[in-house]
Design a protein. Sequence first.
Length: 182
Amino acid sequence: MSDWWERGRKRRYPWLGPFGDMDRFFRDFDEFMRSEFKGAFKMPKIEKGEMKVYGPYVYGFSYTMGPDGKPIVREFGNVKPTRLGPKFREEREPLVDVMSEKDEIVVTAELPGVERNDIKLDIAEETLTISVDTEKRKYHKELELPLKVDPKSAKASYKNGVLEVRLRKRAGKPGGERIPIE
C-alpha cells in the first residue's frame, strides 16, 4: 500500500488508534524475516562419500483409549525428543495400534517396504518385540501388552505393509516364544 492510502485510512478510521498500523507492522515483519532467513533452510550439497545422511526423519504419536478408559499415547518414528534437543536414530519405531477384543489382543503395526521374512517377532507374557533389520529399512518396537497373553496362541500375518498379530488373553505361567508369520 502507498502512503496516501495509509493517510486516508487514518482519516476514515480514527477509532482504530494504535491498531490501525498493525497490518503495516506485520508486512514489515514478514519482509524482515524473509531477508534474514533467505537461504537459511536450504539443504547443503553433499558430494558422494563426504557424509552419511539418514532419512527420512519421522516423528509422530498415536492416541487411543485403553480398556480401563484412560488415554494411551504412543510415539513412533526415528526422532526422540530429549531435554538436550532431538536425538536421531537410524532405526525407526513403527506406528502401532493395540486393541483388546473379547478373547484376544490384536496388535497392528505399519512396516512399509519390508518383506515378510525380514520381520522378527518375539513374545513374552506381557511384551511383544517387533524388529526388522535390512539394508534399506530398520524398525524396532518393544511393546507392553495391556493384559497377559498365551505366547503359544500367537498368530501373525503380513500383507501390504501391515503386520497383524493376534494373541489369546490368559493368566498363566510365564514364558517366551518366537512367532512365525503367515
